[in-house]
Ligand binder design. Structure first.
Ligand code: ASP
Length: 328
């Protein structure tokens, strides 16, 4: 199998500096040696280090598109792709890639680690080897195809992952969807339907300022959101309470939202609970959001809702079309 591994930055390949850990360009060689020593791995690996390695907390939608273009440019040459990425925004990148490579029959596995590879007690190699194992499995298992995030033994659908822990080896969860596979000594796979459609690669230009996040908290005021809903914004993820609620007694807040949705901003309601569904209109406090033109994000993670808004806005869909896509 020909496997392309892109090191984009992130803890997995970091090294100490005066200001703390920073990505290390020499990591690609180091990983290459480690893989060469694993004699049972007979794949053809090509490992590339990006020219500008980043801590993923600096990543923007431009980086998602850059990674996607890199994968697309090598699509015919390789059987599988592994993207080594920082954990901070890994779930956003995995979601964005899963929209950009819809129905992919080749595996694109995003992974990284909690502890750098140079440390003795690290999860780096176990995550890389797990990602390689998922790539191998894709020859037979449909569940291993497409975009996934592998971490701590779990292969999670790319648009279902959520960073759920700062320090556990199991840093990512799949709150509203069973994992595609769980790797112990062997894989345990979820049933996966036979893929019927063929891959659609769409890599839009995404403007960094097009999407925002609106937090709901006790005492939230219109003034808190005013700057967030500026004229460049075309989409917003509203982080609501519980099953999709926000204060319905604050007329200014609701009118700010209504003005935004009337001018075409797509506001998607996702619960700050982190798991479960938004049930639009279950409470009066939720109905007020529906009346203000807010769209339900149902059981999406906020990472996926954010990336999907960027993706659809970048493709040039109208607000009406984007709302329709979220509704479906
Ligand atoms: N700050 C690092 C990053 O996201 C954290 C990590 O990789 O775990 O690049």
């Amino acid at each position: 199998m020909k496997i392309y591994i892109a090191y984009t930055g992130g803890t997995i390949g970091m090294t100490p500096s005066e200001n703390g850990l920073i990505p290390d360009a020499a990591f690609a060689d180091h990983l290459s040696k480690q893989l060469a020593e694993a004699s049972e791995l007979t794949h053809d690996f090509v490992i590339e280090s990006y020219a500008e390695l980043i801590d993923s907390s600096n990543a923007t939608p431009k980086d998602w598109a850059m990674i996607a273009r890199d994968v697309e440019s090598k699509w015919q040459e390789y059987d599988a792709f592994i993207v080594l990425h920082g954990t901070d925004t890994m779930a956003y990148t995995a979601a964005a890639l899963s929209f950009m490579f819809a129905n992919s029959d080749k595996p694109i596995v995003v992974t990284g680690s909690q502890v750098p590879m140079f440390k003795a007690r690290t999860d780096a190699m176990i995550n890389v080897l797990g990602a390689i194992s998922a790539c191998e499995a894709s020859e037979e298992e449909n569940a291993a195809k497409g975009v996934s995030l592998f971490f701590g033994g779990r292969l999670i659908q790319g648009d279902r992952a959520h960073k759920a822990h700062t320090s556990d080896w199991q840093a990512f969860s799949s709150p509203n969807c069973l994992e595609r596979g769980v790797l112990g000594i062997d894989w345990r796979w979820q049933e996966s339907p036979q893929k019927i459609s063929s891959i659609t690669v769409q890599i839009p230009d995404m403007a960094e300022d097009a999407v925002t996040i609106l937090p709901v908290f006790p005492g939230v005021q219109a003034e808190h959101w005013q700057g967030l809903l500026n004229e460049n914004v075309k989409g917003a993820v509203l982080l609501s309470y519980g099953a999709g609620n926000a204060p319905d007694k604050n007329a200014d807040l609701l009118s700010l939202l209504k003005t935004a949705t009337d001018r075409g901003v797509v506001v998607v309601n996702v619960s700050q609970c982190g798991a479960g569904n938004v049930v639009a209109g279950a409470y009066a406090a939720g109905s007020a959001l529906v009346a203000a033109g807010v769209t339900s994000g149902r059981d999406m993670t906020y990472e996926a809702a954010f990336a999907k808004l960027h993706f659809l806005i970048g493709l040039g869909f109208s607000s009406r079309e984007i709302r329709g896509i979220f509704d479906r």
